[in-house]
Design a protein around this ligand. Structure first.
Ligand SMILES: [Zn+2]
Length: 140
């Protein structure tokens, strides 16, 4: 099992992403929605992977939603870094992590661009349940 560490700039949000895949097996996905374009968000996931997400001070974490409001973007209120997005689907959390929040610029493979603007909310949730990281543990 490989472990990849990530955190926001000030360290309030910290996470460990565990996967059987090696770093080079991941192709980052640069999302072209207006929010991610503004922030330069680029994401990786592994349906068999696992995330441990920790907050030092949860009151300093923004669970930002927009558009269809089917995901929370986990953003530090103190330093402004987007660490990941979490979507709750049928009482289970799924996540993608933002490679910009990874330690030492992990996942530097050439990114592909994604555009999911045409999806219905139902299509969106089905895609996430298949592709996003399927084991998310939040400790706060
Ligand atoms: Zn921070």
């Amino acid at each position: 099992m490989n472990e990849f560490q990530g955190h926001c700039h000030c360290g309030n949000i910290h996470f460990t992403f565990s996967s059987m895949n090696n770093e080079n097996d991941f192709t980052p996905r640069t999302c072209s929605c207006s929010f991610c374009r503004h922030h330069g968000g680029s994401y990786v996931s592994d349906p068999e992977g696992h995330i441990d997400l920790n907050f030092k001070d949860k009151t300093q974490v923004n669970f930002y939603q927009f558009g269809q409001k089917t995901a929370d973007f986990i953003i530090c209120k103190n330093c402004g870094v987007i660490t990941m997005a979490i979507s709750n689907i049928k009482d289970k959390n799924y996540a993608v992590i933002n490679i910009r929040a990874m330690l030492d610029y992990t996942f530097t493979g050439t990114a592909t661009q994604t555009n999911f603007d045409g999806e219905t909310p139902q299509q969106r949730l089905e895609r996430r349940a298949q592709n996003w990281i399927g084991h998310v543990v939040i400790k706060d």
